[in-house]
Design a protein around this ligand. Structure first.
Ligand code: MEV
Length: 765
């Protein structure tokens, strides 16, 4: 079989580590042969082993066990681009492999030689009267033994595999392994079997069983053990890499230093078993990770590797690194790798099948070559690290980079924050965020005289009625206090927009220049407010993330309009601020319902009525009996409002009567919810939110993460929990009359971010 994905599966995806999981999965579409079903399964987490299947694999099953699945990028192996699936819990391995492969590809990548996939079966023969003639008789009967073994496996023979030959060894062993005890003779016959695409344990074991009585007849003794050998030294992979010194240079080290350091480190592992064990353990970090991801028996591969490392009688490194005459660094690994691409857990575990597709469905021989290249790449990464800054430092840097990435540290502050995280010794997401805000505070202090007060606007959370509101029904929305703050300060030259938290610092062009995004909206606003000829810096401080369905863009618009109003003393009332903000929302999103700008402006709970036939929407203030203790849990995925609204519209167009009835039912829940909020009946409101989530699920705008959070929030005391906003990602809102703590910690324990606040606005009497 050939890997016909050579050109398609481009293994370089720059900045992959900085993407969200969803975006990484998206990127795989262009880089691999994964199907749309595979990508969906990854996105929804349904690619993993199911419990009822696991129950058929081993005994006493109570669940399945998770491990991270990461991708080793940049691999060029025998001229083929390969993305390597890696399942492992230890940080830095995936990054180390990807970095090593990136360096290797600059000089042609890895090349491999793989022997035929031969597995050895052992048949032990005891109680022999004449050992030497028994041995000779067996050797003379090679053809008969091989034919009998193959006669029972015609399919393997048809595929070009099957038993190929035998070897016979004589051992003399003191009984019980005790020195001085009487010695006994035994023969062990090796049946050499080419198992082609299968790992081959079953077939070899059954061949050994089937030739047992023939062997007894020929040798005249008694056959005892019949089992494969895991010392698979007939299935050997050799991988090589050549790296010019110019490609080895790193911060503070010349290429020559790095090359000589790697050679010196390797030399120790060639003579010292203590170092060799750690050295080879590192190699197996990569090899085991791909073995697990591809459903291969990593214990067998481990056992073979270590036994092979001791084949000279002294345990030593599996790799060799040396300086070539031209000064290049040359690395080689020789390692037994007996793997399969069919059979066993490969068929039952859906992740395994997916990972083989991700690799481009290599043959067993090609897969073994990839294992070899991965082992060599891992060893390069470890030795490079150990002989320079040290593994601990590298672990820490990688960990700090990943934490900074999770904390969404803006690009231009990234390196500064990574350094500060390492220096502080507290590599945590909260610390990264604190460092960002410290740096930003410092920058802001320099940037503005700090005399202007900040103008704020609320975000919004929809408690009931999303989607139905698009069809003229009601939505119940509450404010999230201080979601965005802004201020305007004088400047010399033109209009500048600064959003430190998002790393935005740009000049705002005029409308004639047709600016896009936030700058375009600002340009529109400045024109509407007759401020195009003024110079200023608009500073924005968002306290809620972007695009998570919490009304961040409307809050941004309202807070900026207010800041402009304060700075230029325009005298806008709330109605005009709301109208301007609605225009901004229209420019940003096309057809907004108007809920977001209304809540952002008035900062009160409202009962909003979506656009009627004539296109008019309206709202009424909702006076609530007591504040609503809410928790917002963020899935970490952008809310796909435009997509989900379009999906619901398509379904509605196909079956209007049915969907109108669903919207009516949601409307009924929303109106009842408004009553419950007015009366302060939080249990009733919660129940209505739960029912509403059922309808939203029926509209297919919920996701696995949303359902998971909803379930956990309810289990930890929320009386109601549902998605809020467009869905397809975004956030969940939970009503927690008994306090938010339990829900917040349960949600955070699942790895999501949570925000607790009381929604009241000015409408609590
Ligand atoms: C850690 O898991 C692996 C290393 O110890 C390997 C080595 O020392 O070569 C870094």
């Amino acid at each position: 079989m050939t890997l016909d994905t050579a050109s398609k599966s481009r293994s370089r995806i720059p900045n992959f580590f900085k993407l969200s999981i969803r975006d990484r999965i998206d990127a795989l579409r262009a880089h691999t042969e994964l199907t749309e079903d595979d990508l969906l399964a990854l996105e929804h987490g349904t690619h993993t082993l199911r419990c009822h299947v696991a129950d058929k694999m081993i005994e006493n099953v109570v669940g399945v066990f998770g491990l991270p699945l990461g991708l080793g990028l940049n691999f060029l192996i025998d001229g083929r681009e390969v993305i390597v699936p890696l399942s492992v819990e230890e940080p830095s391995i995936v990054a180390g492999l990807s970095g090593a492969a990136r360096t290797a590809r600059l000089s042609g990548g890895f090349s491999t030689e793989v022997s035929d996939p031969i597995l050895i079966g052992q048949v032990q023969v005891v109680n022999l009267t004449d050992v030497d003639s028994a041995r000779q008789a067996l050797l003379d009967s090679e053809r008969e033994i091989v034919s009998l073994a193959n006669s029972l496996h015609p399919k393997m023979v048809a595929r070009g595999g099957g038993a190929q030959g035998i070897e016979v060894f004589h051992h003399r062993v003191p009984e019980g392994g005790q020195e001085g005890a009487p010695e006994r003779d035994m023969l062990v016959l090796h049946l050499l079997v080419d198992t082609r695409e299968a790992m081959g344990a079953n077939i070899v074991n059954s061949m050994c069983e089937s030739v047992a009585s023939l062997i007894e007849r020929i040798a005249g003794g008694r056959v005892f053990l019949r089992i494969l050998s895991n010392l698979t030294d007939r299935a050997i992979v050799r991988a090589h890499v050549r790296i010019p010194v110019a490609n080895l240079t790193m911060k503070g080290y010349s290429g020559k230093d790095v090359r000589d350091g790697i050679v010196l480190a390797n030399d120790l592992a060639l003579v010292d078993p203590y170092r060799a064990t750690t050295h080879n353990k590192g190699i197996m970090n990569g090899v085991d990770a791909i073995a697990i991801a591809t459903g291969n028996d990593f214990r067998a591969i481990e056992a073979a590797a270590h036994a092979y490392a001791a084949r000279s009688g002294r345990y030593r490194a599996l790799t060799r690194w040396y300086k070539e005459e031209n000064g290049h660094l040359k690395g080689e690994i020789e390692i037994p790798v007996k793997v399969g691409t069919v059979g066993g857990s490969l068929e039952t575990n859906p992740s395994v099948r997916l990972n083989h597709r991700l690799l481009g469905n290599p043959s067993a021989t090609q897969l073994a070559g990839i294992f070899g290249a991965v082992g060599l790449a891992q060893n390069y990464a470890a030795l490079r690290s150990l002989s320079t800054a040290g593994i601990q430092q590298n672990h820490m840097t990688l960990h700090a980079r990943s934490v900074a990435s999770t904390a969404k540290v803006p690009e231009e502050l990234f390196d500064e924050v990574v350094d500060a995280l390492i220096e502080s010794g507290e590599i945590k997401v909260w610390n990264a965020q604190e460092i960002v805000s410290r740096i930003q505070k410092k920058t802001n202090a320099v940037q503005s005289a700090d005399t202007e007060p900040r103008s704020s606007a609320s975000g919004k959370v929809i408690l009931l009625g999303e989607h139905a509101v698009v069809y003229g029904r009601s939505a119940l929305a509450a404010p999230i206090p201080l979601a965005v703050e802004s201020r305007v300060v004088d400047a010399e030259d033109g209009v500048h927009l600064v959003i430190p938290r998002w790393g935005v610092e740009q000049r705002v062009p005029t409308l004639d220049e047709h600016p896009a995004g936030a700058a375009g909206i600002l340009a529109l606003l400045l024109q509407r407010l007759d401020l195009t000829n003024r110079s200023m810096t608009i500073e924005v401080f968002p306290n809620v993330p972007r695009a998570v369905g919490l009304g961040g863009s409307a809050a941004l618009a309202v807070s900026v309009i207010r800041a402009l109003d304060v700075h230029f003393a325009i005298g806008l009332n709330d109605k005009r601020i709301n109208d301007f903000a609605f225009d901004c929302e229209r420019a940003a999103h096309g057809t907004p319902s108007g809920v977001d700008n209304t809540v952002a402006t008035y900062s009160k709970p409202i009962l909003f009525r979506g656009p009627s036939q004539s296109g008019k929407s309206s709202f009424e203030d909702l006076t609530i009996a007591k504040p609503l203790p809410l928790v917002i849990a963020m899935t970490g995925n952008e809310s796909l409002t435009a997509k989900t609204v379009a999906r619901v519209r398509q379904a509605w167009q196909c079956n209007k009567a049915l969907y109108e009835r669903v919207f009516d039912q949601i409307d009924e829940l929303t109106l009842a919810g408004a009553e419950a909020a007015r009366d302060g009946s939080l249990d009733d409101l919660g129940e209505l939110m739960n029912l509403c989530q059922g309808f939203l699920n029926a509209l297919q705008v919920s996701t696995r993460e949303i359902e998971e959070i909803v379930e956990v929030a309810r289990r930890h005391g929320a009386v109601g929990a549902k998605l809020t906003g467009g869905g397809g990602g975004g956030s969940v809102v939970a009503l927690c009359p008994d306090g938010p703590e339990q829900v917040v910690s349960a949600v955070e324990a699942m790895g999501y971010e949570a925000l607790a606040f009381e929604a009241s606005g000015s409408n609590v009497p």
